[in-house]
Design a protein around this ligand. Structure first.
Ligand code: HEC
Length: 109
């Protein structure tokens, strides 16, 4: 009897864990780091020093980005999608998953 209850609870826990994980499409910072290799020609990841574009260390903890907007996930994604002022637009070049991974990585800087 108690084994059955346990099996039931365990199945439920696993099921809710997997569905929560699938619904919440968080990026993977390790994969994002690989995607960032194509950005690192123009951006430093380990300093705020300017290369072609601004260094991205601590991006998400800044008050604002160069365009005056807050560095929220949305605004950073918009910048990556649209580029501008010397930054290429990545809207068509990266998949949604790659952008999620990239943003997860940028948050670790
Ligand atoms: C050819 C050079 C180049 C490449 C490649 C490039 N960027 Fe940029 N990026 C720039 C420039 C230049 C700016 C500054 C644009 C501005 O001031 O509006 C910029 C701005 C940004 C900003 C805004 C920073 C701030 O503080 O306002 C982010 C975020 C960013 N880039 C992320 C990326 C990511 C992620 C990639 C890779 C997918 C990438 N960039 C690839 C040149 C580049």
């Amino acid at each position: 009897m108690s084994i059955r209850v346990f099996a039931c609870v365990a199945t439920f826990a696993v099921a809710s864990f997997t569905s929560a994980y699938a619904a919440d499409k968080k990026g993977d910072p390790d994969k994002g780091k690989e995607v960032f290799q194509q950005c690192s020609v123009c951006h430093n990841a380990d300093s705020t020093e300017k290369k072609m574009g601004p260094g991205l260390k601590g991006l998400f903890s800044r008050d604002k980005m160069t365009n005056g907007k807050k560095p929220t996930e949305e605004n950073v994604r918009a910048k990556i999608d649209e580029g501008g002022n010397g930054m290429p637009a990545y809207k068509e070049m990266l998949s949604d998953d790659e952008k999620n991974d990239l943003i997860a990585y940028l948050k670790t800087l």
